[in-house]
Design a protein around this ligand. Structure first.
Ligand code: ZN
Length: 160
């Protein structure tokens, strides 16, 4: 179980995401918690090491494959939910197969959703510091992800 401090910037140098030492990103190494290009760069690293890694789309969130953001009426979403870019929802095709979509933007009562992850097609620049490494608990190993609060979220029914 590894805790990371990191920043993620795009090719233009804009900050996209990150985690500070106060609220680090914790992940289970070897369990595909991270995108492949980042996880492989962290192989064998030790506490205190700082690395820079550039991850191409193929090793990140994949290429862009969809038609781009598509309009969906606002009332297709729960009333009381404040919709923000980057939020993920599950949609269904005609056969009832589920697939993820992400909110790209909200404009005048219309929500634009995209079948591609917001970071698909982007070269990602990570600057990462390894803060700590510990043994995973048996439960964490069984679930394949961290349990920083002691157990899974109650609504995380796939895991419980
Ligand atoms: Zn779990």
């Amino acid at each position: 179980m590894v805790a990371l401090e990191y920043t993620l910037t795009n090719e233009a140098g804009e900050l996209l995401d990150g985690a500070s030492a106060d609220e680090p990103l914790e992940y289970l190494h070897g369990a595909d918690n991270l995108i492949p290009g980042l996880e492989s760069a962290l192989d064998g690293r030790e506490v205190g090491e700082k690395i820079r890694v550039q991850v191409p789309p193929e090793q990140g969130y994949g290429p862009r494959e969809g038609p781009g953001p598509q309009p969906v009426p606002r009332d297709a979403f729960p009333d009381d939910l404040e919709l923000e870019p980057g939020m993920q929802f599950v949609s269904e095709d005609e056969d009832g197969d589920e697939f993820p979509v992400w909110v790209a933007r909200v404009e005048d009562g219309t929500v634009y959703v995209d079948v591609d992850h917001p970071l698909a097609g982007q070269v990602l620049n990570f600057e990462v510091t390894v803060l700590s490494v510990r043994e995973a608990t048996g439960e964490e190993m069984a679930h394949g992800h961290p349990h920083p609060g002691g157990c899974c979220e109650p609504d995380d029914d796939e895991d419980t």
